[in-house]
Design a protein around this ligand. Structure first.
Ligand SMILES: NC(=O)C1=CN([C@@H]2O[C@H](COP(=O)(O)OP(=O)(O)OC[C@H]3O[C@@H](n4cnc5c(N)ncnc54)[C@H](O)[C@@H]3O)[C@@H](O)[C@H]2O)C=CC1
Ligand SMILES: CC(=O)[C@H](N)C(=O)O
Ligand SMILES: [Zn+2]
Ligand SMILES: [Zn+2]
Length: 348
């Protein structure tokens, strides 16, 4: 008889999810089985929970949700080398093909055949989970599971913040959701000053201050561009980091960044965005980076070392820590209401 485990499963093509009991899976060739120690909720999980248009087009229930994780390897499938039972691991979520033009050039973060585990496969909101061996990242034991599970979104934040010079640079961050908050932590640890954050939610503006923002602005009540100009002696910021996906924030950031400044765009906009390219990008000679996923594996080394340095102020960002999955519905509803930073389920 096979062993059983509990898992948060998207059982039906509708709003919500269910806590179910299922068989502990067996790792196949090229896979490992991990015991999950900590797993955190990503905005993508929320979209799957809410069953939005994107989720309807991509997810095939029944499927175990979740993709941010820290765990311990308990079984290694046939043909796996270099990973042992007992290894303490996290996981890159993009399963890349290794064969396409991008992969052949080492640009795995833009692999044209990317599959995402927990999105295109069963995920990690479970007591045990399968990880493709090629996606396993080994953690030093010094990083606690509640931080180690954050490495995947931290990788998004690291690629956004560190796409160009940041130490001693003035920075505007638009959006202090979970990813923007991680971005503030990375910018602070990397020596940016001042860090100015634009965020409509008072709860999240307060979190931003706790994480290290030097100034916070409410874009719905204040003039973001004027505030930034006042803080920067009329020069504008050196670096604009977009974490909100709000078209208005994009426009304000492009206005508030200094000519020849740097822009990193991570937030995903709801559709096409209309921008005055001539005046806001071309004549300002801006350098604009689109950010997607994480560089494999360079970003992971950076994230891991930042965590080991102890300089990332993550505690205010982890606003909710649940023991087990029993209260998963409360967790998703709080996240929907914007009343969280990162939410972590602890399983050890
Ligand atoms: N490019 C990539 O690889 C990835 C992109 N993303 C995207 O990154 C963005 C951030 O992710 P989360 O923090 O999870 O999202 P979130 O939706 O929780 O946070 C967005 C924040 O922006 C704030 N906001 C709304 N309008 C604003 C405005 N006009 N000015 C300033 N802030 C405003 C909201 O109040 C919220 O706190 C999302 O758009 C997400 O889809 C997420 C993961 C990977
Ligand atoms: C789709 C996701 O949620 C994932 N975090 C990513 O980086 O692509
Ligand atoms: Zn994610
Ligand atoms: Zn590829």
């Amino acid at each position: 008889m096979s062993e059983k485990m509990v898992a948060i499963m998207k059982t039906k093509p509708e709003y919500g999810a269910e806590l179910v009991e299922v068989d502990v899976p067996k790792p196949g060739p090229g896979e490992v089985l991990i015991k999950v120690l900590a797993t955190s909720i990503c905005g993508t999980d929320l979209h799957i929970y809410e069953w939005n248009e994107w989720a309807q087009s991509r997810i095939k229930p029944p499927q175990i949700m979740g993709h941010e994780v820290a765990g311990e390897v308990v079984e290694v499938g046939p043909g796996v080398e270099g990973i042992e039972v007992g290894d303490y691991v996290s996981a890159e979520t993009h399963i890349v093909c290794g064969k396409c033009y991008a992969c052949k050039r080492g640009q795995y973060h833009v692999c044209q055949n990317t599959k995402i585990f927990g999105v295109d496969t069963d995920g990690v909101f479970a007591e045990y989970a399968i990880i493709p061996a090629q996606n396993v990242w080994k953690n030093p034991k010094s990083i606690p599971p509640e931080y180690a599970t954050l490495q995947e979104p931290l990788g998004n934040a690291v690629d956004t913040v560190l796409a160009g010079p940041i130490a001693g640079k003035s920075v505007l961050i638009t959006g202090a959701g979970p990813l923007g908050l991680l971005g503030i932590a990375v910018a602070k640890a990397s020596g940016a000053y001042p860090i100015i954050v634009s965020e409509p939610s008072e709860f999240r503006r307060n979190l931003a201050k706790k994480v290290g923002a030097d100034y916070v602005i409410n874009p719905f009540e204040e003039d973001v561009v004027k505030e930034v100009m006042d803080i920067t002696d009329g020069n504008g910021v050196d670096v604009f980091l977009e974490f909100s996906g709000a078209p208005k924030a994009l426009e304000q950031g492009l206005q508030a960044v200094t000519p020849a400044g740097r822009v990193s765009l991570l937030g995903l906009f709801p559709g096409k965005v209309s921008i005055d390219f001539n005046n806001l990008i071309i004549f300002k000679a801006l350098t604009v980076y689109g950010i997607t996923g994480r560089h494999l594996w360079e970003t992971w080394y950076t994230v891991s070392r930042l965590l080991q340095s102890g300089k990332l102020n993550l505690d205010p960002i982890i606003t909710h820590k649940y023991k087990g999955f029993d209260k998963f519905e409360e967790a998703f509803e709080l996240m929907r209401a914007g009343k969280t930073g990162k939410v972590v389920f602890m399983l050890k």
